[in-house]
Ligand binder design. Structure first.
Ligand SMILES: *Cc1c(COP(=O)(O)O)cnc(C)c1O
Length: 394
């Protein structure tokens, strides 16, 4: 039999040639600030575990207790028989936390974005979308078959101009942006975007995956950070990053949530979270409110590490958050730097095209609340040695 998939192997060979082929690193310990990957102890600058909640005792206990009482699975999709009391409690908890009327939880942030955008729009509608929005938003836009209008990164004036031009056109308009951008760590100009949406009658949607647990009071996100409560129609967040577990959610009006219960395809056609996941997430929101020092320490570490990289001569792009990219240009260089850092005892991922534009490859670092000053210093020394060895800094 001839191998009809041989073109895949050809493509992989080409990636190896170009130096952009990536082996999966294997985590052999808990996800923590210091962790073991592929048999090596490293300072972990590659997780989204912003607050160290993946192994917090209260979350761990909540998951174990829920497993003992309710088993390991929900047994069905939410709309058939897979809605457990814990799922509803979590949705109520998140809605209260976000000061929103209602909330629906999805299996992931990816499912929340793609499922929601695809459900609420039709081919007659228009989407105005930041060019650096997350892949799950882009997929949702494509699935909706609405017309997609991309505006230059963070350019609220351009977004407004597109909405103004669309005024004469029939159909609904959706203005959509990440709250914090996952590859650059910069913050969306939400007040200006919200004003543009209000001016031209567009629905406003914000994906706060990297802002939840990071920005705003007790980590309530960018809407809280900018004081925009009641002015953003659809707030998306993830339970997989700062919350430390797994899942995504959408907050908005009761009608929006009821509509998604009936029309969002990941909600309708994919099984709900195991009880342990819902219980651990519930505990995480308690921790956010009872341990504010975690967020404080996250930001202290962010400042310290960013200043340290700058002092070494690295360019950290537009970062305004704990996501700190170290810009290197070519994808091959990013992967070389990542490999050299690993040898020096630091895990930080090389990211190139198509995740970021060609020529804007980087090693992305994310500091967390739980990194110690010694770990951050060790990471800076590794960056210094690896950066000099590869000629990225002098
Ligand atoms: C990570 C991420 C998501 C997806 O969240 P998951 O819960 O991991 O599926 C969505 N949007 C943005 C901006 C993200 O960074």
């Amino acid at each position: 039999m001839s191998d009809r998939l041989s073109y895949l192997a050809d493509q992989i060979a080409a990636w190896k040639q170009a130096g952009t082929y990536q082996r999966l690193r294997v985590l052999e310990s808990e996800c923590a600030a210091g962790a073991r990957f592929d048999g090596r102890e490293v300072v972990n600058l590659a997780s989204n575990n912003y607050l160290g909640l993946t192994s917090h005792p209260r979350l761990r206990e909540a998951a174990l207790e829920a497993t003992r009482r309710f088993g390991v699975g929900s047994g069905a999709v939410r709309t058939i028989s897979g809605t457990m009391r814990l799922h509803l409690q979590l949705e109520e908890r998140i809605a209260a936390f976000k000061q929103a009327p209602a909330c629906v939880v999805f299996q992931s942030g990816f499912a929340a974005n793609s499922g929601t955008v695809a459900a609420i729009l039709t081919p007659d509608d228009h989407i105005v979308s930041d060019e650096l929005n997350h892949a799950s938003i882009i997929d949702g836009c494509r699935l909706s078959k609405a017309k997609i209008h991309v505006f230059p990164h963070k350019d609220a004036r351009a977004a407004g101009a597109i909405l103004e031009e669309l005024q004469a056109q029939p159909g609904r308009k959706l203005l959509i942006s990440d709250g914090v951008f996952s590859m650059d760590g910069d913050i969306a100009p939400l007040p200006d975007l919200v004003r543009a949406a209000e001016r031209f009658g567009a629905v406003m949607m914000v994906d706060d995956a990297h802002a939840s647990g990071v920005l705003g009071r007790a980590g309530r996100g960018t809407i809280d950070h900018f004081g925009l409560h009641g002015r953003v129609d659809i707030q998306v967040g993830t339970l997989s990053k700062a919350i430390g577990v797994l899942g995504g959610y959408v907050c908005g009006s009761r009608a929006l949530i009821e509509f998604l219960y009936h029309r969002a395809r990941p909600f309708l056609f994919s099984t709900s979270h195991p009880p342990a996941v819902a219980a651990a997430c519930l505990a995480a929101f308690d921790v956010l409110e009872s341990e504010p020092e975690r967020i404080e320490s996250l930001w202290n570490n962010t400042r310290y590490f960013k200043e340290g990289l700058g002092a070494l001569g690295f360019h950290t792009g537009l970062s305004e958050t704990p996501i700190i990219p170290v810009m290197v240009g070519e994808a091959r260089r990013a992967h070389e730097l990542s490999r050299a850092l690993f040898e020096e005892g630091v895990l930080a991922t090389g990211i190139g095209y198509p995740t970021v534009p060609e020529g804007k490859a980087r090693v992305r670092t994310i500091v967390t609340a739980t990194h110690t000053p010694e770990q951050l210093d060790r990471a800076l020394e590794a960056f210094s040695r690896a950066g000099k060895r590869l000629g990225i800094i002098d």
